[in-house]
Write a protein that binds this ligand. Sequence first.
Ligand code: GAR
Length: 208
Amino acid sequence: MNAIVVLISGNGSNLQAIIDGCAKGTIPGKITGVIANKASAYGLQRATAAGIATRVVSHKDYSDRASYDKALQQAIEGFAPSLVVLAGFMRILTPAFVQHFSGKLLNIHPSLLPKYQGLNTHQRAIDAGDTEHGCSVHFVTEQLDGGPVILQAKVPIFPGDDASTVAERVHEQEHLIYPLVVRWFCQNRLQQRGNEAWLDGNLLSVQG
Ligand code: GAR
């Protein structure tokens, strides 16, 4: 059984989708720990309700990014994961951290990457007049929001939408594609090879 560690900063609705996938057996894995950088992250309550161990590693307790990431790495290793899932974990990670977990570190980003890396993606898509938006699951590399994409889902943007209506639409898709990618990983079907993502021996994408 694959051990999965999920990192969160907030609501944890993607965490919940993965908890549900494990409970239903569609994901052949077990979440051994959930780690947040904020004690107030609601996702910690979701984890506790599901009987999953939690830890808070607060960035406020560390003077610099390198020492924080080292502590975070140790906390993660304490749960012995074969997969580390970033689910709304709103921290930039150091190259050392990313390299340590290379090949087993996934992220979900609320845009159709490579468009709208960074923050405020829904508003930026609306402001640009886009009629299409979405979300992407990718392997994490040292390039922020730049690792090879595994799966994307598209949603429409309608006239009159605001960032919250678009976010809701995107979230629905996130809750479908993230558990699916985690399932693929746990089935040993998904691999990162350098800057490339592969599924079932087929090249999915190359980091741009
Ligand atoms: C999700 O929309 C995810 O794509 C985004 O944070 C949200 C977390 O929601 N991640 C990022 O913006 C990462 N750069 P959740 O806490 O309900 O899962």
